[in-house]
Design a protein around this ligand. Structure first.
Ligand code: FES
Length: 575
């Protein structure tokens, strides 16, 4: 408190003083029953809420916000909850990713324009975490993240099932005739049993782990189930802590350093995290002004073993991860590799935060000395097919396909793929390489999660379970397979991916980080000459602005004019 008393808090530019403006700011707030002494200079804490019934993963956030408020009040702050655009992965079309940057603009402007001294970000479903952190990073107030927590384990006919991961499996089983439609329908209710986000190590769980690894959430944030009482306790402690952070003027930029991002990339490898973390961390780094590239992902992930036996790479789920000790156990295990001195929102270092973590189930969290899989990191591929890079998640891929040469079968859109994939006449075999074009940031638009194309029915019936697939799309964090993603530049920009034709030979060599199209330069130049950009899906509105300004996957898919931190200067008065 002493620190704060020496300086005027930002909110006092609204609530301090005795003039007409202060009257207006206080009087209207008082219509909510807020007493006069709440405006006496105590920290005003914004609770940035992505609650929405259309974002089922975040539908319990009103309760969570109440627990945060209790913590803020206990610590002597004034909590004020405000809504921002919520992005529900399961409902939004064409893809939630199209709106991540839009939501981040909402967050940034809402924080800066209001009388706030500190912010709690309530995040859960995939895009809500990066969107809120990107927006907050462009303002740079004291900020802490609270994730909503994963759902309880799914359970179908006595067996655990995981969000997303088992949908893909069931869907292939229906297509190959091994599962009936009735069983498929029954599994729906068995998968999503409680409040919370996907309980596999998909993108939501990955991003919850990323914010903990970055040091912008309290330890334990990643794994506590949404409906466990300790999630509410975490919320209350988060509320208490943000008030302390305001007193200490502990801003995001003090925590989101290069060391923090390097820690997060290493942790992503160790947890077998989602490929989506690549574009999200690149975008967050861009907002706070930390230089981060795809090369960092490859360098830091190259020797990083995967410790977690969680779907989609393994067999367990987030609930099991929590009972085993959660992310602090993983980070303690990695201390020899991480930047242990990196500073966090607790006011202590990473090493201090995890010093007492204990592993209660080494079957779920393997020790570093006996990892679950040797190759946990994201591999970054380059070659004439991806001059600016592409990525693959080796821990979710088939070892036998990590070096592969095959004939391309090309789909120029996801609709083309859907029309063609089960055509009995389609010339495709297990060695073919499936290529999907025009699903990148501009092409889809929004870089849809369609990169893990399902295999042709006729090959499934033969027992084929994996094939090499290449696209400029993303893939759900819950998905698996030998899937090369995020090819840059994308096909819709005339990148080499647009020039692949049926029958071309493609070489994938993950150990040597190579992705090569065996077509000579002269022929590629001829094809480029004939190439025409696809018509945009929509003209006007946000989508036009998005398509015009979106950056490529290797730059985080942010909008070019949103990159950077614009600060928290108090906007001028208008009354
Ligand atoms: Fe929301 Fe998976 S759909 S986290």
């Amino acid at each position: 408190m002493t620190e704060t008393k020496k300086r005027t808090l930002r909110s006092q530019h609204w609530f301090g003083g005795n003039d007409k403006d202060a009257f207006i700011h206080r009087s209207w707030m008082k219509n909510q029953g807020i007493p006069d002494d709440a405006f006496d200079g105590r920290p005003v804490i914004g609770i940035c809420n992505t609650w929405s019934e259309l974002t089922p993963c975040n539908a319990h956030f009103r309760d969570l916000a109440e627990a945060v408020k209790r913590g803020v009040l206990e610590a002597g702050g004034l909590p004020v909850e405000f809504p921002v655009m919520s992005l529900g992965e399961s409902n939004l079309r064409p893809t939630a990713m199209l709106f991540r940057n839009l939501a981040s603009m909402d967050v940034e402007e809402s924080i800066r324009a209001n009388p706030l001294d500190g912010v709690v970000l309530l995040t859960g479903c995939d895009k809500t975490t990066p969107a809120l952190l990107m927006g907050a990073a462009s303002v740079d107030l004291p900020t802490i993240v609270l994730s909503g927590g994963p759902m309880l384990n799914g359970n179908y006919r006595g067996k655990p099932i995981g969000s997303g991961t088992d949908v893909w499996k069931f869907s292939e089983e229906v297509r190959s005739g091994r599962m009936t439609q009735t069983q498929f329908k029954e599994a729906e209710s068995c998968m999503s049993r409680s409040a919370g986000h996907c309980m596999t190590m998909g993108t939501a769980s990955t991003m919850a782990a990323m914010v903990e690894a970055l040091g912008v959430a309290l330890p334990g944030n990643a794994a506590i189930p949404a409906v466990d009482a300790r999630r509410k306790l975490q919320a209350q402690m988060t509320g208490r802590r943000i008030v302390g952070m305001v007193h200490e003027d502990l801003r995001l930029s003090h925590v989101l350093t290069r060391a923090a991002f390097e820690n997060a990339i290493m942790v992503n490898g160790a947890i077998g995290g989602s490929t989506n973390a690549v574009v999200h961390l690149l975008a967050i780094a861009g907002r706070i002004g930390v230089e981060l590239t795809l090369a960092d992902w490859d360098r830091l992930g190259r020797d990083m073993p995967c410790l977690l036996n969680l779907m989609p790479s393994g067999q367990y789920l987030m609930e099991d991860f929590y009972y085993a000790g959660g992310l602090p156990v993983v980070m303690r295990e990695l201390l020899g590799k991480l930047h242990g001195a990196a500073f966090t929102v607790t006011g202590a270092s990473v090493a201090d935060n995890v010093a007492h973590a204990e592993n209660f189930n080494p079957e779920v969290i393997h020790p570093l000395a006996a990892p679950f899989k040797d190759d946990g990191g994201i591999a970054v591929l380059k070659g004439n097919l991806a001059p600016r890079g592409a990525i693959i998640k080796p821990s979710a891929a088939s070892p036998a396909l990590m070096r592969h040469r095959g004939r391309a079968v090309v789909f120029d859109s996801i609709e083309h793929y859907k029309r063609r994939i089960d055509d009995p006449e389609l010339e495709i075999d297990a060695d073919s390489v499936m290529v999907l074009q025009n699903c990148g940031p501009k092409g889809y638009p929004g870089m849809a999660e369609v990169g893990n194309m399902g295999l042709p029915k006729k090959l499934l019936a033969q027992g084929v379970t994996d094939m090499v697939r290449i696209s400029d799309a993303r893939m759900s964090g819950t998905a698996f397979g030998t899937v090369v993603l995020h090819v840059a530049p994308e096909a819709a920009m005339g990148g080499p991916l647009a020039l692949v034709r049926d029958g071309d030979m493609i070489e994938l060599d993950v150990p040597n980080r190579r992705l090569h199209l065996e077509v000579d330069d002269a022929e590629l130049a001829r094809r480029k000459e004939a190439w025409r950009a696809p018509e945009p899906a929509m003209r006007g509105g946000y989508q036009s602005m998005y398509t015009e300004h979106v950056l490529q996957a290797d730059q985080g898919v942010d909008l070019d004019f949103l990159v950077g931190c614009r600060g928290s200067a108090v906007p001028r008065e208008s009354h």
